[in-house]
Design a protein around this ligand. Structure first.
Ligand SMILES: [Zn+2]
Length: 182
């Protein structure tokens, strides 16, 4: 019974949770388009060349190359690496109001040197601290016009998420900024 109450309270806290800082100072979805936000397979908003459907696992937040990316919560950098599709990536680990660990995934970056230093020093980072700069690295971002430069941001429940939408949740309700998408 008590456990049930605690679980309900944790779920409610998570529902109402806002990041202590948004990932960018100026928040705007790329093209103000819903297809550049997190969505489920069922919505079928992106199609591959071979006709199969593809998920978008996070939000594309418009940002000119070199825009500072910010820690969304107090936490620490647990991963800095390069991926073929996502380019230069940084992962911030933090605790959400439900008491569980969550991971902010920042991709297509141009500069991860600060994050690398934070990671090797084991620095505890305050929300709002700059942890890198946006860019257009990775195969998906390189093919876009400069005007479509963006931060790809995901909210994950595991450091080693599965494919598709597994271990990812919608970051959109947790931003402080109000953004309109069509
Ligand atoms: Zn994206």
């Amino acid at each position: 019974m008590l456990d049930q109450i605690r679980e309900t309270q944790a779920a409610k806290a998570l529902d109402e949770w806002k990041f202590e800082s948004d990932p960018l100072e100026k928040m705007e979805v790329r093209g103000n388009s819903k297809k550049n936000t997190f969505y489920s397979k069922e919505e079928h908003l992106r199609k591959n060349k071979d006709g199969t459907w593809r998920n978008h696992q996070g939000d594309d937040l418009k940002a000119p190359i070199g825009t500072p990316i910010l820690a969304v919560m107090d936490g620490k950098i647990v991963k800095v690496y390069t991926s073929e599709s996502y380019g230069e990536c940084v992962i911030l680990e933090f605790t959400a109001p439900d008491g569980k660990p969550y991971y902010g995934f920042y991709a297509h970056l141009s500069d991860t040197s600060v994050a690398t230093t934070f990671k090797s020093n084991g620095t505890l980072i305050k929300a709002g601290t700059e942890i890198g700069k946006t860019g257009m690295t990775g195969s998906t971002a390189q093919n876009l016009p400069l005007s479509d430069a963006h931060l790809h941001f995901e909210l994950r429940t595991s450091l080693y998420p599965g494919s598709g939408m597994a271990d990812r949740i919608n970051p959109f309700p947790h931003y402080n900024a109000n953004m309109e998408v069509r």
